[in-house]
Structure formats: structure tokens, C-alpha cells
Design a protein around this ligand. Structure first.
Ligand SMILES: *Cc1c(COP(=O)(O)O)cnc(C)c1O
Length: 430
């Protein structure tokens, strides 16, 4: 008999109570797609007609998002393609709290509208007392666009030629700034820009002087640049784009700029990312003098760049809460990392895998601390396991080096080691 005649009807399969239940979680279209795929397998003779519902159930995604949680063993702590900072449990809980109706912009005492996201703003203000005021937008690129629009549209932004930076995926900070209607006044040379260069360029047309932290590269040799402290004396606002989002000095990264130091040095406004070294959600932080932040906050564009309640909740928890996963990874003790790598490799070798513990070098990544190597430890495996591990459940992403696949432990919390072992054993077996 023609197998097409024996394919159960879609509406009949969709009435299966288990699939009805799945629809409540995953939506009608997702479940229907799984049923259609299962029917196709019947037509191809791969499964029996009575197994369509079972097959659809097993093929259903676990969650309503197609994003998969990944174990980041690349040795790059802030991997942009893997979503940069992993959020803390406190931030994840805060997002769930904010998910429903919430008083994000409402005063429960008076029943009137209130300052949006005051919890996150207060937490930032408390963490950076040197900031007179704080504003939060969608990301650091948005913070730069807002500052350029509100403070320098139709006027000039004075910037060193050594700081005309591409931030990745073809996006360049100069293009971003010019797109606002501000003009760039480039000063100095790629390797050296002096205070005199800035002074000669500053005038009535100046909106602000911009210092951009060259966060993803390093120039060495005959170099020099004027610091924020010197620039602050020029009589025009100084905006410092620090990038990584450290609020104060981080002992493990002595060369990485932080908001507090920049403001104390005289910067009028600091912009930074929330999902780099701050270890929070994607956000753009604007910290600085009250009148300058207020001009940005009051500009119509600010409304287009504002962040949602879920982001505000995660940001507040990341700033107030316990050490974030990023900080834990940054400060992880290399001896402890080596011990974990040894234990993992021993478990895997016992099961017959070609696994050994090796020393490795991790990096911060995500546009922070270029050239800084963090001593780390990894499990070294045959390179051919890279693909099955990426396609496994959960996917594990390592890095290939010298013909071996290295699974670097620095960005992985210790409680995930068992999950890693299971994933590797599945990849070896499969
Ligand atoms: C990362 C970075 C940006 C862009 O920040 P996003 O939050 O990704 O928009 C801008 N400037 C510097 C110096 C950076 O490091």
C-alpha cells in the first residue's frame, strides 16, 4: 500500500494530549513543524505511521527559544559570538522577577510615574561615587551615539588618530560618530598624540574631546598619548569611552581603564559596556557630570535607545550582587584550574579517551585587555572531537591549537565539570 495513504492526519496527531501540552510551552507552529517532519519520515519509510506523535515529541526543542546554552571552553572569557558575559545566578533570578508587571517606572507609594530603572541607576551611582549622574542605554555603541548627538551634533568631536578604532564585524567608531551629524576633528598621529595637538584643535566648534580606549589591539614602541587628566584642562567636555565596563580598578588587569579612575582624572562623561568586564547584561553605561548626563537623557534620541525592564533588573543585580561569573573567571586560581583539568582528564582517560591535562593561556576577549594572557589549564583531546562536541548536548566549544582540541577551564564554573565530562564521553562514544 502507498505509504502516503497511511500517514496519520496532522490534526489527529496534534490532538495527542502530550503534544497539546507541548504547544502550551512551545507554541503551535513549533509543534506542528515537528509533526510535519515526522510525517515526512513516514513517507520515506523511516518510521511507522503509529510512531508519528512519539517521533514529533522527541524531536521537539526543549525550550521556546532556539538559542542553545553553550559551554564556553574557548579560553576567551568574553566571547562576543557566545554572547559575552555569562550572567550571575543573582542576575538570572532578577530577570525572572522583572518579567511580569513590575514597578520599573512606577512609585507604589504615590501611584504616580517614577524615574525608570532607579534601582539599577542607584546601584551604579553607589558603585561609582565619582559619577554625579548615571544613565543606561542599549549598549556602549548607543551611549557613544547619544553623547555625539546630544553634545556635538553639527559640531566637532576632537579625537586622536591613534583612537580611530574598529570594534568588530566591520563597525568603526568614527563612522558611528559621523552618522550622528557630528564632524570628526582628527588630531595627532597613529602612534603619538600630544596635548598640544589637542589644544590646537579645540575651539568654539568643539562639542567634546573623545578618548577611546584601544580595547582590542595594542601599539608598542614609540608611542604617546595625552591622558584624560591633561585633556580635562582644555575647557571643553572630555568623554572617555573605556569600553570594558570596569567600575573601579581590577588588580588582575592593571592596565585596563575603569570608570572611577577616569572620572577622578577629570573626565566629564564615561561610556562603557555592561556585558564585558562588568559581567552584566548588554547595556551602555553613561556615568559623569550631572549637566552632561542630563543633556543626553533629555535628548529625544534617548527614548529610542532605552533599555527594557529585564535588562535593568539584570544590571542592578550584577552591580549589587555577589561576584559575577566574569570576575570569578578572571580571578580563578591557576593551581585550582590545573587540578580540575587533571581530574577531568583522568576521568576521560579511564573511559578510554585520548585525554590529558595541559597548561593553557586564556584571554579576556570581547574588546578588553588586549595582549593580556591569563595562565590557565585545559583538557587536550584529539582535534576530530571538535565537531561532535559543538553539535552535542550541551554544545561544548573549545579551540584547536597545534592539531589538538583544547577545552580551557578558566571560563567554566567548577560545578560544570561533570557536565563537561559527560559531553566529552558522549562525543567519544558517538
Ligand atoms: C566594546 C567596545 C565598544 C562597543 O560596545 P558595545 O557595548 O558592544 O556596543 C565601544 N568602544 C570600546 C572601546 C569598546 O571596547
Amino acid at each position: 500500500m502507498d505509504p502516503r495513504r497511511r500517514v496519520p492526519r496532522t490534526d489527529v496527531v496534534l490532538a495527542d494530549p502530550r503534544l497539546v501540552k507541548a504547544m502550551e510551552r512551545l507554541g503551535h507552529a513549533t509543534v506542528k513543524d515537528a509533526v510535519l517532519a515526522a510525517q515526512q519520515r513516514v513517507r520515506q519509510g523511516e518510521i511507522e505511521p503509529e510512531d508519528v506523535a512519539d517521533e514529533a515529541l522527541t524531536a521537539l526543542p526543549r525550550h521556546a527559544t532556539s538559542l542553545r546554552p553553550v559551554i564556553n571552553m574557548t579560553g576567551v572569557l568574553l566571547h562576543t559570538n557566545l554572547g559575552r558575559a555569562a550572567l550571575s545566578p543573582a542576575a538570572i533570578e532578577a530577570m525572572a522577577v522583572a518579567a511580569g508587571p513590575t514597578d520599573v517606572e512606577f512609585d507604589l507609594a504615590t501611584g504616580a510615574r517614577s524615574r525608570r530603572g532607579r534601582g539599577a541607576l542607584d546601584a551604579l551611582a553607589r558603585a561609582v561615587p565619582a559619577a554625579g549622574d548615571v544613565h543606561v542605554v542599549n549598549n556602549n555603541a548607543a551611549a557613544l551615539v547619544l553623547a555625539a548627538t546630544a553634545l556635538a551634533s553639527g559640531r566637532e568631536i576632537v579625537i586622536s588618530r591613534g583612537e580611530l578604532v574598529e570594534i568588530g564585524d566591520g563597525f568603526r567608531i568614527p563612522d558611528l560618530l559621523v552618522s550622528t551629524g557630528a564632524r570628526l576633528r582628527e588630531v595627532g598621529m597613529t602612534n603619538r598624540t600630544t596635548l598640544a595637538d589637542y589644544r590646537a584643535a579645540v575651539g568654539p566648534e568643539t562639542g567634546f574631546v573623545l578618548k577611546v580606549h584601544p580595547s582590542n589591539f595594542r601599539i608598542e614602541g614609540f608611542t604617546g598619548s595625552a591622558g584624560v587628566e591633561e585633556l580635562a584642562g582644555l575647557g571643553v567636555p572630555v568623554v572617555a569611552d573605556i569600553g570594558s565596563g570596569l567600575l573601579e580598578r581590577e588588580p588582575s588587569l592593571p592596565d585596563e581603564p575603569d570608570a572611577t579612575t577616569m572620572l577622578e582624572a577629570g573626565a566629564h562623561l564615561v561610556t562603557a559596556s555592561g556585558d564585558k568586564l562588568l559581567g552584566g547584561p548588554q547595556a551602555g553605561l553613561m556615568l559623569g557630570r550631572h549637566d552632561i548626563v542630563e543633556r543626553c537623557r533629555r535628548h529625544p534620541l534617548a527614548r529610542a535607545l532605552r533599555v527594557g525592564k529585564v535588562t535593568l533588573a539584570a544590571l542592578e543585580a550584577s552591580v549589587r550582587g555577589p561576584a559575577t561569573p566574569v570576575h570569578q573567571a578572571l580571578r580563578a586560581d591557576v593551581t585550582a584550574l590545573c587540578a580540575r583539568a587533571e581530574a577531568l582528564a583522568a576521568t576521560l582517560a579511564e573511559a578510554g579517551a585520548d585525554a590529558r591535562a595541559v597548561r593553557a593561556e586564556a584571554t579576556v576577549g570581547g574588546g578588553a585587555a588586549p595582549g593580556v594572557c591569563l595562565p590557565s589549564a585545559a583538557v587536550s583531546l584529539p582535534e576530530r572531537l571538535a565537531v561532535p562536541l559543538r553539535e552535542g548536548d550541551p554544545p561544548v566549544v573549545g579551540r584547536v591549537e597545534g592539531g589538538r582540541l583544547l577545552l580551557d577551564l578558566r571560563a567554566v564554573p567548577p560545578e560544570q565539570d561533570e557536565e563537561v565530562a559527560r559531553a566529552v564521553l558522549a562525543a567519544v562514544g558517538g
